[in-house]
Design a protein around this ligand. Structure first.
Ligand code: PAF
Length: 282
């Protein structure tokens, strides 16, 4: 496995991959790797001749400084996990100054309303930060394919839009959510959950499954009311939003239209840790 720390090393690597006409897959991460990340890596290895994983805790996508400070960091353990998947991987783990020089700020984007709802509404500036770093990585690395998990479904839609707006010739590959045995969606933040509350966490997925089962027969407002009441009965949770939305546009669903795809989205705090999850409804 080879570890790059600078953009110039990555540029040389990119040139050699292109010169040898090999396909390149990119898996962007913020580290604290778990099985969900490793499945993205496995998929990228199966579809590309060369795979580069980036590990970078991007400061501009954190709207809350305390959240940035608490975000788990474990570079050595991450490298061991990647080595165990394949010794042929390449890893880019830059310092903040390498990606941002002296100005750690994001660029403003217009994602055509995709960023106005849910995570965008609750985490001001978050998607400008994501757009800034993902555009920088895609433009530097120029992968043939880039892999993103559906747990961050809104992010996935925004990155698709970004690639289209900036005409970056990359295939954005969505990958299914990976869950713990009890249904909790895998996330680097799960490591921050207080152990005494960990067994409460699957409640989020249970609510999403309930939504899925009600979706065929109940109205959207009725389902939203049911789920909000369920959260109100769980004092350990602080519900930020529960939203049924069109899968393509992320517009809140008012009523169901036969030809459209819908998903349900949740963000909630448990023991002060912010968890998000979503599910396809039809
Ligand atoms: O999903 C993540 O881990 C991050 O938002 C990403 C895409 C690596 C950008 O920092």
């Amino acid at each position: 496995m080879e570890l790059f720390r600078t953009k110039s090393e990555v540029m040389l690597f990119r040139r050699s991959v292109r010169d040898s006409k090999r396909s390149l897959g990119l898996v962007p991460t913020m580290g604290a790797l778990h099985q969900g990340h490793l499945e993205l890596v496995g998929r990228a290895l199966s579809e590309n001749q060369v795979v580069l994983v980036t590990i970078f805790v991007n400061p501009t996508q954190f709207n809350n400084p305390e959240d940035l400070e608490k975000y788990p960091r474990s570079l050595e353990a991450d490298l061991d996990k990647l080595r165990a998947v394949s010794d042929s991987l390449f890893v880019f783990a830059p310092e903040i100054s390498e990606m941002y020089q002296d100005q750690v700020v994001s660029r403003p984007y217009d994602f055509d309303g995709l960023d106005a709802v849910m995570e965008g509404a609750h985490r001001p500036g978050h998607f400008d930060g994501v757009g800034t770093i993902v555009e920088a990585l895609l433009s530097l690395i120029l992968p043939d394919r880039a892999y993103f998990g559906e747990k961050d479904y809104q992010q996935l839609q925004i990155i698709r839009k970004l690639a289209q707006m900036r005409r970056i010739p990359v295939e954005i590959v969505p990958c299914p959510i990976v869950r713990e045995a009890d249904g909790l969606a895998m996330s680097s933040r799960n490591a921050l959950l207080p152990p005494s509350l960990r067994d409460k966490a699957p409640f989020i997925h249970n609510c999403l499954q309930l939504t899925q089962s009600l979706f065929g027969t109940k109205s959207v407002p009725k389902i939203e009311q049911t789920i909000q009441e369920a959260f109100a009965g769980e004092p350990d949770f602080d519900l930020e939003y529960f939203q049924i939305a069109e899968a393509a546009t992320l517009k809140p669903a008012r009523r169901k239209e036969a030809e459209k795809q819908y998903r349900a989205f949740v963000a909630a705090r448990l023991g002060g840790v912010r968890l998000i999850d979503n599910i396809a409804l039809n």
